[in-house]
Design a protein around this ligand. Structure first.
Ligand code: PEP
Ligand code: MG
Length: 581
């Protein structure tokens, strides 16, 4: 039994068989070869080594010609590793005596080598692990050729273990068979984490290197509540987790019975609980949980995994599906927020050293007007189908907001000219997720119909902490007093101007923060659909006066750790069944 601590990003417990993915997203099959096929399999390995060596030698010569021998030496090192007699004999041993397939033997052996480098203190030496992964990839490409299997064709339930999963790879996981996943890298606010929650599969990210220790096929437990992964658990641990999963299930079922009751605090204040979605099918998850509408539709997921950008009809089709399914309740469509970790399957920009501060989101939209206009046309056309609102992401200056609104007005004119119907009074809002927007919030509230606080980015940009980097996870905390002050300022400004303010970052779906946010005056929460019943239950148990007292105490505190501890204890006191203890 081996325990790994990672970052919990999608709750729940999954127990099942491990499936290991290579660093390019293909599965590494653990296969055995027949005794009488061993010589053929060794010959196949030899052929792959020769082909890979030839390829490396070719690169070596090209680089030597262009940049000189010093740079070509990198490839000499790869060639030496491939020819290394120790590596050769270990591979032969695995195939000849343990009857593993060459693919599995290569992957297992080279990953073991890589992990030795990764564990070294020196950053320089640790980087050598990448050279070994490179050789692994090259050999696997030659061994598997076109037979490389992606994980789209699963036939039995598995837990996926990977170095990393991009948001679009995560979105493509087969929910029928993938019971949960673990990645070695990744952080709490990454979009991979957000998609995992949307898929409602338990997930842990940022465990650090461990794939060298697993081969696939062994039993694994993923504890998405505590961020724990257990490889080859013993019977006692398995029994404990099975029981815990059963207890959680009972609480979930009970909370879901609250579906048709509105979220009203114990002293009678109505709270709106909306759902966040990435895909139209998730509207059902929201309806099933009794959400009051959709508070955030992340439309950029329409672009991920496609070779060409979606047409106006593709957009319209998705939006009308959502409008129909939500049956008259409000829907806030956010215009595409591409860039940073949400990039379409296109080559990455050549020179973007700092994507989170680069051409992402509304900046990208304003730079690619035809693409932006296509989406706005579809949104406007869908606005006659119900209570549709539009909001712009990552607004950082007034000028940017005005430009976005001008493009919208221009598209409206265009529709007028063509006699196409749309809602002329469609509410227009913006996300509050950049500190500069809060600094200028008194001006912004004059120019929008509503605000929505994106705490994932607001935390990242306020504290200068990458939301998807496991190494700074301890600093990424929306309960930091600096972030809380920005939230409080935004709520006050919206109240003063009497415009609605919603919160749609991950913070609003975390029960630990519900009392604090209610106490700060928030009345509109938008969260992953599965969190809606929990937040509703808390609302039923508490009064606004109690929440204000909590907020008062928290706002006097000076650091995130004290605040988080205090809020956890507080939740235990008011709603013990949801404290996660
Ligand atoms: C946020 O930043 O909090 C937000 C809701 O937007 P996203 O997570 O899609 O960046
Ligand atoms: Mg954001």
């Amino acid at each position: 039994m081996q325990k790994l601590q990672g970052i919990a990003v999608s709750p729940g417990i999954a127990i099942g068989e491990a499936l290991v993915m290579d660093s390019e997203g293909f599965r590494i099959p653990r296969r055995f070869v027949a005794r009488d096929a061993v010589d053929d399999e060794l010959a196949r390995l030899e052929k792959a080594i020769v082909a890979a060596s030839g390829e490396i030698a070719g690169h070596r010569d090209a680089i030597a010609l262009e940049l000189g021998e010093k740079y070509a030496a990198i490839f000499d090192a790869h060639l030496l590793m491939l020819q290394d007699s120790r590596l050769r004999s270990e591979l032969e041993e695995m195939i000849r005596h343990r009857h593993y397939s060459p693919e599995y033997s290569v992957s297992r052996t080279l990953r073991r080598y890589a992990s030795v480098f990764q564990r070294l203190e020196s950053a320089n030496l640790a980087e050598r692990a990448n050279d070994i992964y490179d050789i692994e990839k090259r050999l696997l490409r030659h061994l598997l050729g076109h037979r490389r299997e992606n994980i789209a064709h699963l036939t039995s339930p598995v837990l996926v273990l990977a170095y990393n999963l991009t948001p679009s790879e995560t979105a493509n996981l087969d929910r029928q068979f993938v019971l949960g996943f673990v990645t070695e890298i990744g952080g709490p606010g990454s979009h991979t984490a957000i998609v995992a929650e949307a898929l409602e599969i338990p997930a842990v990210v940022g465990t650090g290197p461990f794939l060298a220790d697993v081969s696939g096929g062994e039993q694994v437990i993923i504890d998405g509540n505590k961020g724990m992964v257990i490889l080859q658990p013993d019977e006692e641990t398995l029994a404990r987790y099975r029981q815990e999963a059963q207890e959680k299930h009972t609480v979930t079922v009970r909370l879901e019975s609250l579906r048709d009751r509105p979220a009203i605090t114990a002293d009678g204040v109505r709270v709106n609980l909306f759902g966040n979605i990435e895909f139209p099918y998730e509207v059902t998850h929201c309806v099933d949980r009794g959400a009051d509408g959709i508070g955030l539709y992340r439309t950029e997921f329409l672009y991920l995994g496609r070779e060409v950008d979606p047409t106006e009809e593709v957009h319209y089709e998705a939006y009308s599906q959502v409008m129909q399914a939500i049956n008259g309740k409000p829907v806030a469509i956010r215009t595409f927020d591409l860039g940073a970790d949400k990039v379409p399957n296109l080559p990455p920009p050549a020179d973007e050293p700092n994507p989170c501060l680069g051409l992402r989101s509304i900046r990208l939209a304003l730079r690619h007007l035809p693409m932006f206009r296509t989406q706005l046309r579809a949104i406007l056309r869908a606005s006659v189908l119900g209570d549709l609102r539009v909001m712009f992401p990552l607004i950082s200056t007034l000028l940017e907001l005005r430009q976005a609104k001008m493009v919208l007005a221009d598209v409206m004119e265009d529709l007028d000219e063509h006699g196409i119907a749309y809602n002329r009074t469609m509410p227009v809002g913006m996300m509050v997720e950049v500190p500069s927007a809060v600094v200028m919030i008194d001006r912004f509230v004059e120019e929008v119909d509503f605000l929505s606080i994106g705490t994932n980015d607001l935390t990242q940009y306020t504290l200068a902490v990458d939301r998807s980097n496991k190494d700074v996870v301890g600093l990424y905390n929306p309960a930091d007093p600096a972030v809380l002050r920005l939230i409080s300022t935004s709520i006050e400004a919206a109240d003063k101007r009497s415009i609605p303010i919603n919160m749609c970052g991950q913070m609003s779906g975390n029960p630990n923060y519900t009392m604090l946010l209610l106490g700060l005056g928030l009345r509109n929460f938008s969260a992953v659909p599965s969190a809606v019943p929990e937040i509703k239950n808390i609302c039923h148990h508490v009064t606004i006066a109690q929440c204000r007292e909590v907020a008062g105490r928290v706002m006097a505190m000076e650091n995130a750790r004290d605040i988080s501890n205090y809020l956890r204890e507080d939740l235990k006191r008011y709603v013990p069944e949801q404290s996660g203890e």
